[in-house]
Design a protein around this ligand. Structure first.
Ligand code: ADP
Ligand code: ZN
Ligand code: ZN
Length: 734
């Protein structure tokens, strides 16, 4: 007698993404949803039991008699209770079917790192630590007034949490002089968020209307369109209160980690340990604990980023997707899911309500609301009461605006920065490129340095005097570089990145305190936090950075927000370029004067007449929506069609080319009766990465059903060297 198990093994390959049979001793009592270790092709592999075990009355020898494949016993049963529930299985099936992704990749996404198959061999997650500032020695007369004040505060308490303590610059000085220490302290992992008290507010008429409609209407999906500062969070809060009072779970998603922490603070102050947090910024230990608390029903309000949409919340009654339009809700590798699409599936499956919230909804969502598929709700009034910033569009092609002293800072901009600093206010300068200069070339023969792996120009980074590829980790020291063509050792820098803007602004404003934020700095967590806190604290006058400075932040002294080269993001060959630019500029403008009536934004561009730039300058979403929907219709892009991108890669460029035509031939023949257009093969934005060549095919189609079977069979064409990936509803087609 034994149990026959259906096991899905950990191989992220479409052809192996199906159950294999294994046997298990009856006394182990295996259950659906538990993990096992099995031998597959003589190698130990982790797998999931994906169906209820079947009790076989024979013994294994008898059972295997005459069969072509011998059923083996599993090597080990890892869990003693399921890590995946029936609800998770059902959701994974739906998601895999829609995205044509492997089931195993979805199970992996659903679980915290320490429960993912690959890490299960190692078991136990690590303990969590928190950084604490501790007192070391008393003032020896060398400290300033401010430093002494900070030191006394620390001494008084013995130790304080680093993240919760202000005065970061002062702390840095005290640390450098040896008056304090920063130590890692093991913590009770769960209650680690600062205590900020939530103040109960009476909902406005608009808020109350939104709340009542969501709670009482039969419709399942709602679009809550509310300008920034209109109190969307307050509505989320009251909704959460309601659904908890009727015993239902609540899931709230934010597109970025930084935005979750704001919500967590407010929600924890009221709902305490009923709140769990899930996002990739948390430690593996925390994620593991939170997963268990959610699954066991100890925490019923989950706040998190993209993957949290899969959190095993019990009796889920409400899902909220804040800033639903943001692209980071889409995962850009296998499984290529969009949290919004999964949210729709999950709410349908459970009959839960779904609230999509945004000041600038995605065209897809807005179009569905206009068609009454979703119920539309508006919040139009701002609680903050301050006027929107004045926006000035500067024509960089007009010589009148150009400063002889700088090619990137125009005369009106220079003046505006000077005025801002003179008033002791702050400015943020946005440019969507990190490094010093995006093109590095030989001054003698003009040869441009390119990445040998990816075939894209290398960016010069002054910080470490290197030229680097932004797509792989290729880099060269610029110190002893010689041109391969002509042997010259003189090079030139073309274009602007964040580092170069810092130099430029420093040259023009030598007295200003300047900080920089981009992903180079974000990779050094301490420096990133120091910079962000420092700027919030007004230790700096000017912040220069990439999109990470444009979104979400609530800098109270910022009165000037600047886009240095607005055209850059409009010229990206992506069908969403207009939408992304509108969102980015609208957000950026929204950073200025959040707490004053003197906010000002400056947009430097070579296209001052451009509609998108003007719509965002006027913060006019409705006009933007009409304009862009017209474009999408003319060019037959979503929401008028569905889009899929098939990326095909291989190490041999010629073989790949031939193969792509084979795939196209297959699609054309199989889809001859479907409403579909097939484009390509063409070069993706990045043609070559790490010595693999890439090509893509794009499909626009009218019905998922018509293409479903053909997409499923696509992966059977994959060869040893040739890989196919399929991205349904891509957020970029370049
Ligand atoms: P949003 O998320 O829509 O940008 P928030 O929820 O952050 O806006 O609200 C903006 C500000 O308005 C906050 O400071 C909040 O405390 C305040 N606020 C929200 N609702 C109310 C209310 N009903 N009465 C008073 N103040 C409110
Ligand atoms: Zn040269
Ligand atoms: Zn590269």
């Amino acid at each position: 007698m034994f149990y026959l198990l259906k096991v899905l093994i950990e191989r992220q390959i479409h052809t192996l993404d199906r159950p294999f049979s294994y046997a298990c001793l009856t006394e182990l009592n295996p259950k659906k949803g538990e993990r096992v270790i099995v031998s597959f092709n003589k190698k130990q592999t982790i797998g999931f039991i994906i169906d209820d075990p079947e009790l076989i009355q024979q013994d294994i020898k008898e059972f295997n008699k005459g069969k072509t494949f011998e059923t083996l016993f599993i090597d080990k049963l890892i869990d003693n209770s399921p890590v995946l529930t029936d609800e998770m299985f059902e959701l994974a099936d739906k998601v895999a079917k829609y995205y044509h992704s492997t089931l195993i990749s979805i199970y992996k996404t659903m679980l915290p790192p320490s429960l993912k198959p690959a890490s299960s061999f190692k078991n136990k997650p690590k303990e969590a630590f928190v950084k604490m500032i501790t007192f070391k020695k008393d003032d020896d007369g060398s400290l300033s007034k401010l430093e002494l004040k900070a030191l006394n505060k620390i001494k008084e308490k013995g130790s304080v949490k680093f993240t919760g303590f202000g005065m970061k610059k002062t702390v840095a000085v005290l640390l450098a002089k040896g008056f304090i220490e920063i130590v890692d302290v093991k913590v009770n992992r769960l209650a680690e968020y600062e205590k900020k008290e939530y103040v109960e507010k009476k909902l406005s008429e608009e808020q109350l209307n939104a709340y009542n409609t969501i709670v009482s209407k039969d419709k399942k999906v709602f679009l809550l369109e509310g300008v920034t500062g209109s109190g969307k969070t307050e509505v989320f809060f009251k909704l959460t209160e309601y659904y908890r009072s009727i015993g239902k779970g609540v899931l709230i998603l934010e597109p970025e980690i930084a935005l979750t922490s704001r919500l967590v603070t407010i929600f924890k102050s009221k709902f305490k340990d009923d709140v769990a947090v899930i996002h990739s910024g948390e430690t593996a230990a925390n994620l593991y604990d939170e997963h268990l608390r959610i699954a066991s029903g100890k925490a019923n309000i989950v706040i998190g980023a993209r993957s949290a949409i899969f959190a095993p919340v019990n009796n889920l009654g409400l899902i909220i997707l804040d800033e639903e339009h943001v692209g980071s809700y889409k995962q850009e590798n296998e499984p290529y899911f969009h949290a919004r699409t999964v949210a729709i599936m999950r709410s349908e499956m459970l009959g839960a309500k779904l609230v999509l919230a945004s000041a600038t909804p995605s065209l897809e969502t807005k179009a569905r609301a206009e068609k009454k598929v979703y119920e539309q709700l508006y919040l139009t009034k701002r609680f903050t009461g301050y006027a929107l910033p004045k926006v000035e569009i500067i024509d960089m092609a007009n010589i009148k605006n150009l400063d002889t002293d700088s090619i990137i800072i125009s005369i009106p901009l220079r003046k505006a920065i000077a005025e801002t600093i003179a008033k002791n206010k702050q400015a943020i300068l946005f440019i969507n490129r990190r490094g010093y200069a995006p093109v590095y070339s030989c001054r003698k023969c003009g040869k441009i340095f390119k990445c040998p792996n990816c075939d894209v120009p290398l960016t010069y980074h002054k910080e470490d005097n290197k030229i680097k590829c932004h797509h792989c980790d290729y880099e060269l020291s610029a110190a002893d570089l010689k041109c391969e063509n002509c042997g010259s050792e003189v090079f030139s820098n073309t274009g602007f990145g964040t580092e170069r803007i810092v130099d430029e602004v420093r040259r023009l404003f030598p007295m200003a305190r300047i900080a920089r934020l981009d992903s180079d700095i974000a990779s050094r967590k301490k420096e990133f936090n120091m910079t962000l806190f420092g700027f919030e604290n007004h230790d700096y006058d000017i912040l220069i950075g990439t999109q990470m400075i444009a979104k979400g932040h609530d800098f109270k002294d910022v009165e000037l927000a600047v886009s240095l080269m607005a055209d850059k993001s409009l010229s990206i060959p992506n069908y969403k370029a207009n939408e992304d630019t509108f969102d980015l500029l609208t957000q950026l403008i929204g950073r200025a004067g959040r707490f004053s009536n003197n906010g000002k934004a400056i947009i430097q561009t070579y296209m001052p007449e451009n509609e998108i730039i003007n719509f965002s300058a006027n913060q006019d979403y409705e006009q933007f929506y009409k304009f862009e929907m017209h474009n999408r219709k003319v060019f037959q892009y979503p929401p008028y069609t569905f889009l899929a991108i098939i990326t095909i890669s291989g190490t041999d460029s010629d073989e790949l080319e031939t193969f792509c035509y084979k795939v196209k031939g297959y699609l054309t023949a199989e889809l001859k009766n479907a409403r579909v257009n097939i484009y390509g093969p063409s070069f993706p934005y990045i043609k070559k990465v790490n010595n693999r060549y890439y090509r893509k095919l794009m499909l626009k189609y009218k019905s998922h059903q018509e293409v479903e079977q053909v997409f499923n069979n696509l992966f059977n064409l994959e060869g040893k060297d040739i890989k196919i990936s399929l991205d349904i509803d891509p957020v970029s087609d370049c």
